[in-house]
Design a protein around this ligand. Structure first.
Ligand code: PEP
Length: 259
């Protein structure tokens, strides 16, 4: 990770109501405090459902927790006649640092194209949020050995028009779709292959310095038992954790991958 502060981000997906969210955040923070976790050495973030964000904000601000939080999606628009959508402005007001953009469950289940993902990335920046931009290939693409080409094509489109200053803060999550929620983990070499190619692309699009500072996460069935091997890869700077992030003990262990 050469100088990059690792980020462990928990994507709760559509799990935990606002009361359960409060319990999880408290338990996670207690567990990490017990372990004397240095949040500046390994950053920890949670991405709860929209309806939990206000409760998480109250807890984080009230108890001065060092935990960061964000949303799982946002509207490409700032406000207006978009029934059911949530603006980045609302998320910023709730103290969100991050917002996931282009998760495969949104690309697949909600027909989000790269053009939509690109508009959402720009909306995140417009509201001072840091996008966690998700990319990754389906199983058929992997079987054809086209994973690198596929992911780089996605990212070129998703980052179109994003400036160098903006890109300097982006977080990119490489999540092979066949490894999400399946228990099937990509090998550390698989994760490194694609993350290294992403970093090379970022150097081409922006600069070597910008590319060196950008955090690349791996996502796909990350657990306490497999995180260390993945984190040992040079170009992997953290994890986007789904299922294992709604168990505070397991997620805390993932955050403590150096123990
Ligand atoms: C995810 O939702 O981004 C994810 C990686 O899920 P899981 O860890 O459950 O595979």
């Amino acid at each position: 990770t050469s100088g990059r502060v690792p980020l462990m981000a928990g994507n709760w997906k559509m799990n935990l109501d606002h009361l359960q969210a409060t319990h999880l955040v408290q338990k996670l923070d207690w567990t990490l405090r017990d372990a004397k976790h240095d949040y500046t050495a390994v950053e920890v973030a949670v991405l709860p459902p929209f309806t939990d964000l206000r409760s998480v904000q109250t807890l984080v601000e009230g108890d001065k927790l060092e935990l960061r939080y964000g949303a799982q999606d946002l509207s490409p628009h700032a406000s207006g006649a978009y029934t059911g959508d949530i603006s980045g402005a609302f998320l910023a007001k709730l103290g969100c640092t991050y917002v996931a953009v282009g998760h495969s469950e949104r690309r697949e289940g909600h027909g989000e194209t790269d053009a939509v993902v690109n508009a959402k990335v720009k909306a995140a920046y417009a509201h001072g949020l840091t996008p966690i931009l998700c990319c990754g290939e389906a199983l058929d693409v992997r079987k054809e050995g086209r994973q690198v080409e596929h992911v780089l094509d996605q990212l070129r489109a998703d980052l179109d028009g994003v400036t160098k200053e903006q890109a300097a803060s982006v977080v990119i999550a490489y999540e092979p779709i066949w490894a999400i929620g399946t228990g099937e983990v990509a090998t550390p070499d698989d994760a490194q292959e694609v993350c290294a190619a992403i970093r090379t692309l970022l150097a081409e699009l922006y600069s070597g310095d910008v590319a060196d500072g950008i955090r690349l996460l791996y996502g796909g069935s990350v657990k306490a038992g497999n995180v260390a091997a993945i984190m040992a890869q040079e170009d992997v700077d953290g994890a986007l954790v789904g299922g294992a992030s709604i168990d505070p003990t397991e997620f805390a262990s993932i955050c403590r991958f150096r123990d």
